[in-house]
Design a protein around this ligand. Structure first.
Ligand code: MG
Ligand code: MG
Length: 255
């Protein structure tokens, strides 16, 4: 069931989203060569704590997960696509890091992700990250009243495919509200004009994930969480929580 949010609820979700943006900024600013992934988690956690926000990631345990998620961010490095667990790995020169973060504020959830490099970036990584951002912006631009879910999916998928990148099947965006994962699902590839009509008050996480090697294949690592590319190539992830309104899409997880 898709929950339509009131304008008042959307304002409250904007505040939850702002905290996510601040936490992602803190994690990104903390990231550098030699810094551990746990330090990024601590930087994000400090922002959530200061805002009085909770984490929808911490202790999250979907049915497929062997253990509850132990952190407030996911840190997915290089060939990791999503759901990486922050640990004592020290970032190296040229690493590509994706950080995904959520918050819960006054009972409302925000969810966003960003990818970046540390140290000297490889040119190919710059292109991959920029294309993920471009796909996200294309998806947001399609998130308008009168369109359908398939229009968002098509817009995202077109940008990824035309650049020659792979799209991991089985992963994508979702409704957001009082919980992190709600209906409807928002695939990263699809047919225009298909799926649920978009209405004022729907709130969606749009989140392209791109695989540099061009294959869609992926596997889950031994930790039961980290999703990695099968071909070992690098991946990039970008995400915003977006409200669909009569005035156009509104990004709730901007600073
Ligand atoms: Mg996320
Ligand atoms: Mg999400």
């Amino acid at each position: 069931m898709v929950e339509i949010k009131t304008d008042t609820s959307i304002e409250a979700m904007r505040e939850a989203g702002r905290v996510v943006a601040q936490a992602l900024t803190a994690a990104r600013e903390a990231a550098d060569v030699g810094v551990t992934l746990l330090e990024l988690d601590r930087a994000a956690r400090a922002v959530l704590d200061k805002a009085g926000a909770g984490s929808p990631f911490l202790d999250y345990r979907p049915s497929w997960a062997p253990v509850p998620f132990p952190a407030v961010i996911c840190t997915s490095v290089n060939d990791a696509i999503v759901h990486g667990i922050p640990d004592d790995y020290r970032l190296r020169d040229g690493d590509l890091v994706s950080v995904d973060c959520g918050s819960i504020l006054d009972g409302w959830v925000g969810d966003a992700a960003v990818s970046f490099t540390v140290g000297r970036a490889r040119p190919a990584d710059g292109r991959l990250i920029a294309t993920a951002e471009e796909a996200l912006q294309a998806g947001i631009a399609a998130a308008v009243v009168g369109n359908r879910i398939g229009d968002i999916a098509h817009a995202v998928g077109q940008v990824c495919r035309s650049a020659g990148y792979g799209i991991p099947d089985g992963f994508g965006g979702h409704g957001v509200g009082r919980t992190m994962h709600e209906d409807p699902g928002v695939p990263n590839e699809g047919r225009p004009g298909r799926g649920m009509p978009l209405r004022h008050g729907m709130v969606l996480a749009i989140e392209p994930m791109l695989i540099a090697g061009g294959s869609d294949d992926h596997y889950t690592a031994h930790d039961g969480w980290t999703v990695r590319t099968m071909d070992g190539s690098r991946a990039s992830h970008a995400e915003h929580t977006v409200a669909i309104t009569n005035d156009g899409p509104r990004i709730l997880t901007a600073l």
